[in-house]
Design a protein around this ligand. Sequence first.
Ligand SMILES: [Zn+2]
Length: 271
Amino acid sequence: MSSKSTWTTQRCKSPELKMDVDETVADRQDRLPGFSTARLRESCVLLVGAGGLNGAVAGPLVRKGIGQLEICDHDRVEVSNLNRQPYYASDLFEPKAHRLAANAAREGQQGTSVLGHFTPLTEQNAAFLSAEADVVVCGVDNNRTRAVASRILRQAGIPVIFCAVSETADYGWLFVQEPIGPCIGCVFPRIAAAEGERQPCRAVPAVADILHTIAGLVMYAIDSLLMERPRGWNFRSVHLVGTTTDVIDTVTSRAGCALCGGQAEPQKGAT
Ligand SMILES: [Zn+2]
């Protein structure tokens, strides 16, 4: 467990709309089968990474009425982020976690607490950063952090949604790792092998359309973990061009997985 003294945290809060009208901000979403704004308000989501994917999740999640949102990232806002991530010229060169917290808080009207932590997720601080979290979204682009998040958060019993887009920006995927069942290393063995590796961040091509497509699926997966919205999959991939088939799948554990051991499904007849 890490002390928080090694990084800075920006704390923000969305206003809570008080008007003398017959409907609430959440009126329309609460009409959906299984949707519960009350459940959302008592929940906390941790976003690991404040780049294109989690940038597209943060504001809409606050607008929807999540009770607490936490964000961790060690990067600063760069000029080349501004075509697709929710940052402004006044945010340039500031910590992304701080600015995403502030910008996401402005999108809400339901009193969300938003905390931005200027630090990467590491083996040492993962338990501290996720202490309040009901769901974690891992939107980073390096396999080492994915492996650390997978192992530590699974041990902590916290579901993690992993997501990524391709370097050609026309393909993306997400995987929902729950405390029992397959882990991200079962789906991608190369991630299971990456825990000890150092992987420098790369400048990759990116544009908003695929990021928002995957972010929308991530938001649905968050709802499915927090409330009674049905989900018949744990892995999805989307190809924008459409000449390759999209995937909707329920991945199972892989025997010998280096991250989880691949032993989630008991053998029939085992004692
Ligand atoms: Zn596994």
